[in-house]
Write a protein that binds this ligand. Structure first.
Ligand SMILES: C[S@@+](CC[C@H](N)C(=O)[O-])C[C@H]1O[C@@H](n2cnc3c(N)ncnc32)[C@H](O)[C@@H]1O
Length: 328
């Protein structure tokens, strides 16, 4: 093979060919990300920032995805209480703190209207959403004979059990004052939470106090007043991932519950969608013998069993009955 020679440097033809090829490949890789809009071949590295906490560290990715309170969360809060030397004490008058009952607070509000307020003609000019005093002092948080905080437990249980994502669509029958619904509304995408509720005062509490005070008006939940299990206002095409009735069916005539269930079957996502009913399913059991199973089967529903979940904050557990749709 004839060597190519220049000023004493000898380069053989194969070496020349190899060098040119290597340079071409190098240039191709160097320039291709600039000229091609195709996505990078490696996924972006996951968000791994961690916050050091006593009782374990939590990645932000975990906290974004997780719904239920973890053992680490509980250890963390217990540690904070210990570290700050906190104990329960009598809630009496002390510097800057003047404890009032709801009734006293409402009386104060009506009599004194708070420390700074507008008077006369200005009084009605400065409030975008004037809210009745009863709602401002949260009287409706005592409507159900149980701590309001239990609403969070219900949300966590139902969301985990139905493998909820932010894209899911949820219908609550009888959402009342949004004790449970608020947590779904906060979690889900706008317009993905629907509710049918009959009680006017509860709906006032939901619209005039809970949604604005929680900063959730932008989530535009579809809440409809009604008591006849008529779901036409929710649209004919909507398909729910979760339909639930928390402490509601036990207050309704069996006939009405069945009418509602029949209308809802086609609105439940087949197989993966879930219906959850709390407390009891007497509307079913009262049919006697095997009749409940037969009726459910004829509707294309299957009873999956009884579940319980514990409260985070007080000695309480709730019973739930789970159903799914067996036909597409
Ligand atoms: C005990 S509260 C429970 C409220 C809410 N689900 C919760 O767990 O916080 C029962 C609710 O069911 C509502 N309700 C009862 N019968 C109803 C019906 N036929 N249609 C719609 N809502 C009804 C009541 O007005 C009330 O708000």
């Amino acid at each position: 093979m004839a060597p190519s020679s220049q000023k004493g440097i000898v380069i053989t033809i194969p070496i020349l060919v190899l060098s040119v090829s290597a340079a071409t490949i190098f240039l191709f890789f160097l320039l291709s990300p600039l000229s091609s809009p195709s996505p990078p071949t490696c996924p972006p590295s996951p968000f791994t920032t961690t916050a050091a906490v006593a009782g374990g560290s939590v990645s932000e990715e975990d906290t974004d995805r997780r719904i239920s309170t973890s053992i680490d969360d509980i250890e963390w809060v217990k540690y904070q209480i210990r570290a700050n030397g906190l104990h329960m004490r009598d809630n009496v008058l002390r510097k800057g703190i003047n404890p009032r009952s709801r009734a006293q607070q409402l009386e104060d509000l009506n009599n004194f209207k708070g420390i700074s307020h507008y008077e006369g003609s200005e009084a009605s000019n400065h409030t975008a959403l004037p809210c009745p005093g009863e709602l401002l002092v949260e009287e409706h948080h005592s409507n159900y004979g149980e701590p309001w905080a239990g609403g969070r437990d219900v949300f966590e249980f139902l969301a985990e059990s139905s493998h909820l994502t932010v894209n899911s669509r949820v219908l609550e029958i009888g959402c009342g004052t949004l004790r449970v619904g608020l947590h779904f509304i906060r979690y889900l995408k706008p317009e993905h939470f629907h509710c049918l509720e009959r009680d006017e005062l509860s709906l006032m509490a939901a619209f005039r106090y809970e949604l604005p005070s929680q900063g959730l008006l932008h989530k535009r939940p579809l809440i409809v007043r009604g008591e006849d299990m008529d779901f036409t206002k929710f649209g004919s095409d909507v398909v729910y991932d979760l339909i639930y009735a928390s402490a509601v069916f036990l207050h309704m005539p069996d006939k009405l519950v069945w009418a509602g269930v029949e209308r809802l079957v086609n609105k439940l996502k087949p197989y993966h969608g879930r219906i959850f009913v709390s407390h009891n399913i007497k509307f079913c059991m009262r049919l006697g013998g095997n009749e409940c199973t037969k009726r459910l089967t004829s509707l294309g529903l299957e009873y999956l069993g009884k579940r319980t979940h514990d409260s985070l904050l007080f000695n309480h557990y709730e019973i739930w009955f789970e159903f799914r749709r067996t036909k597409a």
